[in-house]
Ligand binder design. Structure first.
Ligand SMILES: NC(=O)c1ccc[n+]([C@@H]2O[C@H](COP(=O)([O-])OP(=O)(O)OC[C@H]3O[C@@H](n4cnc5c(N)ncnc54)[C@H](O)[C@@H]3O)[C@@H](O)[C@H]2O)c1
Length: 305
């Protein structure tokens, strides 16, 4: 900054500009003060958010404020799948109004029946989340039939599980459509109402492969990296525009034994849909922004750099 100041002053003197050197000094000093202030604010914010993260990370769950899910309208995509079923169960037990969206109607009806046996009311919509118009149409239906959506959980996902040259082109496109493009349609469908209400929550079920490229996952891993970019960018936009009542959570789990990665033999035991769904519910209640499973992965992954 000092060098910049001297260079500007030097140019001003050499060019014999009309503006006096004193004017230059005044101007450049003001610029230097403004830059210094901005740097100071940035450093303060870095310190503040780092300290906040550290404190929240070290605070046990039972000591943190928990948001109630009672009466909240929750749309859960992929609600008939391994993680989806468990999430639906926990949401229903927390007295949320659970709205399942899935392409697999048969499996979804089974989930609904099981939950109804426990006395919960569940709403099911057969939706292909890759079909933008269908997403918008069903979003309107949910608003009319259940109510304005408070929480959106983008959980639907698929994987092909082949090495790059063996993945058929149509599967690459499909994986991108289900795992990331659909998030644009669902968020576009529900975010405007959240903005109007001044509150809401968008949850994305990503993966650790979204933070670390993995064998046989060139398509899947790329889509999960994209979900993280989507999450971080939208989160920044919402904060910048002052929409602090809208929370965003991204969850990056290791392998889960739902059958999605059947045949895969990872080094560590797979997670269970039960523990993943439990963690997701805690993250929603605590308005957590980032969740990795296992937790220690968040400290180890930066080492890849
Ligand atoms: N299983 C794992 O090892 C693992 C690990 C990390 C992250 N994840 C992520 O967790 C989420 C849930 O995965 P899961 O293990 O429960 O998988 P799953 O296959 O059991 O469930 C996925 C659900 O998504 C639904 N779905 C697929 N395409 C759809 C579409 N076009 N429209 C609507 N619904 C559609 C399926 O019908 C299914 O019910 C996914 O996003 C997945 O990528 C899974």
């Amino acid at each position: 900054m000092v060098l910049l100041f001297i260079r500007h002053l030097d140019i001003a003197i050499k060019k014999h500009e009309i503006m006096s050197v004193i004017e230059w000094i005044k101007r450049t000093t003001l610029i230097a003060i403004a830059i210094s202030l901005e740097v100071a604010v940035m450093l303060w914010l870095m310190f503040y958010f780092f300290t906040e993260t550290l404190i929240l990370t070290l605070t046990p769950t039972f000591m943190r404020t928990q948001k109630s899910l009672r009466g909240k309208v929750v749309v859960l995509t992929g609600g008939a799948g391994g993680v989806g079923q468990e999430l639906a169960l926990r949401l229903a037990r927390a007295n949320a109004k659970v709205v399942l969206w899935d392409i697999n109607e048969e499996a979804m009806v089974k989930v609904k029946d099981n939950l109804e046996k426990e006395g919960h009311q569940v709403y099911c919509y057969t939706v292909d989340v890759t079909d933008r118009k269908n997403v918008y149409k069903n979003a309107d239906l949910v608003k009319q039939e259940v109510g304005v959506v408070d929480i959106l959980i983008n959980n639907a996902g698929i994987v092909c599980g082949n090495t790059f040259l063996d993945i058929p082109d149509y599967m690459i496109e499909k994986t991108f459509q289900v795992n990331i493009l659909s998030n644009y349609w669902t968020v576009k469908a529900f975010l405007p109402d959240m903005l109007r209400k001044g509150k809401g929550h968008i949850v994305t079920v990503s993966s650790l492969t979204g933070m670390l490229g993995t064998y046989k996952c060139t398509d899947y891993s790329a889509t999960k990296h994209a979900t993280i970019g989507f999450h971080e960018s939208l989160h920044t936009e919402l904060k910048t525009h002052g929409h602090r009542g809208i929370s965003m959570t991204i969850v990056c789990p290791y392998f889960i034994n739902t059958g999605m990665f059947a045949g895969c033999k990872p080094n560590m035991p797979m997670l269970t849909p039960r523990e993943v769904s439990k963690r997701i519910i805690t993250a929603i209640k605590q308005n957590e922004v980032y969740v990795t499973m296992p937790t220690w992965a968040r400290f180890v992954l930066p080492l890849k750099q």
